[in-house]
Ligand binder design. Structure first.
Ligand SMILES: [Zn+2]
Length: 311
């Protein structure tokens, strides 16, 4: 196999993956993150059996959370985004880590709504009114929580409002999820632009103009636009690509972890599971994995609980 074939293979392999790109404009005053995440949102859609409106809401929140994690986290840090609207989809919870793993769920996965006049999913209606809350666990004693009202419900604007208002970082955010008629995910991606303190008004105005002139993100992604392409469209062709990182749907749950949660139940509740149900099945909210505990396993958890109390 010649080097050309090798590079074609590599290109294809990368194109199939989800990844996030960090870039900076030529004046080094605008920081941009762009992402393609069809695999991540597709995995969430399958695991939670999401219908269109639920898929759009969770998908956009997953993509936005990955962008925020890419912009702000290092080492073992993680953040949790809670989109607490009163719309039919209900609360949406997403956790993203510094290594760009993400997991999340919506309270009501089976929501589909009549489309808007332009044919798009009515995300605003699906979300409703309420609060966007971001909790960052930076390894300090107290996690930091910032909260803003949901100003739009389209989610991208809400992330931008959160960054601008709560973190004082002037930002623009775009998020897109394309849901196929059979509820599978056709495309997902987005961007997060942050103005650094040195950015001039003229530079910001010019860049916002370029963003407003962009064609719809979802159709561009469907046409094969890459995060690098999107970075050049927003920052100009003379921007610098700094970094490219894989992103993935990841949940850290395990049978042991949920056994720990069972241990925190009252002894009477554990006894009821043993005597009446003869076992227990727990489902992870974030990823849908199921964990089964036999009567004997529950008895061992109950015994451990008593040991600790005696101690
Ligand atoms: Zn899980």
């Amino acid at each position: 196999m010649g080097p050309e074939e090798g590079s074609i293979f590599l290109e294809r392999r990368i194109n199939m993956n989800d990844y996030l790109v960090k870039s900076i404009d030529k004046t080094k005053n605008l920081r941009l993150l762009t992402i393609t995440a069809k695999g991540v949102v597709g995995e969430a859609q399958k695991r939670h059996d999401l219908w269109s409106a639920s898929a759009a809401v969770l998908g956009r929140t997953l993509v936005g959370s990955l962008l925020l994690a890419g912009a702000e986290l290092t080492d073992k840090e993680e953040l949790t985004v809670r989109l607490l609207g009163n719309g039919p989809v209900g609360p949406t919870i997403v956790t993203a880590t510094a290594d760009l793993g993400v997991k999340g769920y919506v309270k009501n996965p089976h929501i589909a709504l009549p489309p808007k006049k332009d044919g798009h999913i009515n995300v605003k209606k699906a979300v409703g009114q309420g609060w966007l809350e971001v909790t960052k666990d930076l390894g300090l004693k107290q996690p930091y929580t910032g909260q803003v009202p949901i100003v739009s419900g389209e989610i991208a604007e809400d992330f931008a409002y959160y960054l601008t208002k709560s973190e004082q970082i002037p930002s623009a955010v775009g998020l897109s999820v394309f849901v196929n008629p059979n509820n599978s995910i056709g495309e997902a991606g987005g961007f997060m632009l942050q103005a650094l303190p040195g950015a001039s008004d003229a530079l910001i105005t010019e860049t916002i103009k370029r963003i407003k002139a962009l064609p719809a993100l979802s159709s561009s992604f469907l046409d094969g636009m890459t995060p690098e392409d999107l970075a050049r469209k927003i920052l100009g062709t003379d921007c610098k690509i700094l970094e490219k990182d894989d992103v993935a749907f990841k949940c850290d749950c395990s049978k042991e972890k949920y056994a720990g949660i069972l241990e925190t139940l009252k002894s009477s509740e554990l006894k009821a599971m043993i005597d009446q149900d003869h076992g227990a099945e727990l489902t992870c909210n974030f990823c849908g994995n199921k964990y089964n505990y036999t009567e004997d396993e529950l008895k061992a958890i109950l015994a451990k609980k008593h040991d600790e109390k005696d101690y």
